[in-house]
Ligand binder design. Structure first.
Ligand SMILES: [Zn+2]
Length: 171
């Protein structure tokens, strides 16, 4: 068969391939998996539907898009020029919900790590960042822990067994 793809099909195909590689959540999952960590994904039984759940380390990871989760002082977070009020309110609601969810998860004994899309945007920064992330997960008592990770879980909360490696519909 000759090359039958139209230009449009080809570009859609390339976009799909590219999208796969640049999906921040997949990048994190792939890396942690390659380092031997096993986890659950998109756990609906936990508040906020965490992207990655590592029961062994009592850790949940949220991989956040900078726009939807209103990453402060981030160059990738820019409100659209039209409907500013609408977007502003929407993002503020998302941020408030994230804060609430995190507080409740912490109260249940989970350690929360937030990964921002911009932190793994380029291949150059990605490698170092992911190594560091792995260390943060497996050595929770090390002094290089930052912000939210300092609170160590006091109560062990085991999520219900759920083997869903299905893909996401993350907003
Ligand atoms: Zn960001």
């Amino acid at each position: 068969m000759a090359d039958v793809m139209t230009t449009e099909q080809r570009s859609r195909c390339m976009a799909a391939i590219k999208g796969k590689d640049t999906n921040p959540e997949l990048i994190v999952r792939k890396y942690l998996f390659s380092r031997g960590l096993r986890f659950r994904v998109q756990v609906r039984k936990l508040l906020g539907n965490p992207d990655i759940v590592l029961p062994k380390y009592k850790t949940v990871i949220f991989v956040n898009g900078c726009f939807w989760h209103g990453h402060e002082d981030c160059r990738y977070f820019r409100l659209p020029k039209s409907n500013v009020e609408f977007w502003k309110e929407k993002i503020e609601r998302n941020v408030a919900r994230d804060v609430r969810n995190e507080a409740e998860l912490k109260a249940l004994g989970w350690r929360i790590i937030r990964v921002w899309e911009c932190e793994i945007k380029t291949v150059a920064q990605r490698e170092e960042y992911l190594k560091h992330l792995y260390d943060r997960i497996v050595n929770p008592t090390q002094s290089y822990l930052m912000e939210t990770d300092i609170d160590k879980p006091s109560i062990a909360a085991e999520p219900e067994s759920e083997q869903s490696y299905g893909n996401n519909n993350h907003s």
